[in-house]
Design a protein around this ligand. Structure first.
Ligand code: HEC
Ligand code: HEC
Length: 305
């Protein structure tokens, strides 16, 4: 009996060399500590959200202030270390007034040459924690502070024009993707109206639930061909806005481009990938016949713009 007790205690000792009570206490402390740390970084994130996101995104492009993704690397490339950024965040005006070249460059790049307001409660420690947060968010594929890059601004004629140029490739896409027209037709563009690998986009607005739907779709295309092209060569938010404007405009212009005539097929026959194209086209025309047929046959097509 006694012997068995000793044995049990010995076994317990190998599991908890410092005694079970100490083990439990250490676990408890570690848990509390990490909870506190998480609570702390949550607090910093909340601070950033309420105090900084009106002017900064992390990976969502410039607002009034620069996009803070990779801010440490950017500063380093300009000869500035973490310490300099901390001092800048504590007193941006002073950094600019000191005539520092990098601070002046930041200001020059700011619309209206605005200066970042001094945050009265910005201690060294807070600034450091904010930089840690920005650094951590920079490493994520998509930061919680990337914001919605989809602009809800009303479309201007310039947006439509830029969208048209991006669509047909007279202006290249910044990410290096091929122009939309190489795979898509749209009413009112060029004689042939565009490629046939992808569906006619004249009425895509209706299919995707309006301009916002189109933008959201383009931001992260959920379908295979588009995804394979744009995953590595993503569209910029401004490009998406312009393309959505153009597609919105084309939806108001009327019926899809009629590509089913003999000339269209003759021209398509010129490529080497005809077989593939025809196959894919068969698929799509089946899918869209219900839309296209009554439109093409029931309505006079409008001419090119
Ligand atoms: C009212 C707009 C505004 C707010 C709010 C704001 N900033 Fe800025 N921030 C700017 C502008 C503008 C610049 C560019 C320098 C300049 O012109 O003053 C800048 C620059 C910076 C830079 C240097 C960027 C670089 O590329 O080196 C950091 C870091 C920074 N801000 C962090 C913050 C943080 C953290 C907060 C929240 C506590 C914050 N900012 C709040 C407008 C703002
Ligand atoms: C390499 C050919 C290719 C290019 C370039 C391309 N697309 Fe596509 N797109 C497709 C294909 C194929 C589909 C059908 C879905 C899929 O497989 O991805 C599609 C689908 C779409 C859809 C959804 C249509 C619907 O009715 O659901 C939209 C919107 C779209 N593309 C817009 C664009 C825009 C805007 C561009 C130019 C920035 C573009 N595409 C460039 C091939 C392409």
């Amino acid at each position: 009996m006694n012997k068995r007790n000793t044995l049990r205690r010995a076994r317990r000792r190998t599991l908890f060399p410092f005694g079970r009570a100490i083990f439990v206490r250490t676990m408890l402390l570690t848990t509390l500590f990490s909870l506190a740390r998480n609570g702390f970084s949550q607090e910093i994130a909340e601070y950033f959200r309420t105090r900084c996101t009106s002017c900064h995104t992390i990976g969502g492009g410039r607002l009034t202030g620069p996009d803070l993704k990779n801010v440490m690397q950017r500063a380093a490339a300009n000869g500035k270390d973490r310490e300099w950024l901390i001092r800048f965040m504590q007193d941006p005006q002073a950094a600019i007034q000191s005539g520092d070249a990098y601070a002046l460059k930041l200001q020059r790049e700011t619309p209206g040459n605005a200066v970042m307001p001094t945050q009265p409660d910005m201690t060294r420690q807070l600034a450091g924690s904010l930089l840690d947060l920005i650094e951590a968010e920079t490493k994520l594929e998509r930061s919680q502070f990337a914001g919605s890059p989809i602009s809800l601004a009303p479309f201007t004629p310039e947006d439509v024009q830029l969208g048209r140029e991006l669509f047909r490739g007279s202006q290249s896409l910044a990410g290096g993707a091929p122009p939309c027209i190489s795979c898509h037709a749209v009413q009112g563009l060029a004689a042939l109206g565009g490629g046939r690998l992808g569906p006619d986009l004249t009425l895509v607005n209706e299919r995707l639930g309006g301009p916002k739907g189109v933008s959201t779709w383009l931001l992260a295309p959920p379908m295979p061909t588009m995804q394979s092209v744009f995953k590595t060569k993503p569209l910029k938010p401004e490009e998406i806005h312009a393309l959505a404007a153009f597609l919105d405009h084309s939806a108001l212009q009327g019926a899809p481009a009629d590509m089913s005539g003999p000339l269209g097929f003759f021209l398509l026959g010129l490529g080497g990938a005809v077989a593939g194209l025809v196959l894919v086209d068969g698929f799509w025309s089946k899918r869209f016949r219900s839309v296209r047929y009554p439109l093409v046959h029931g309505q006079q097509q409008e001419g090119d713009e």
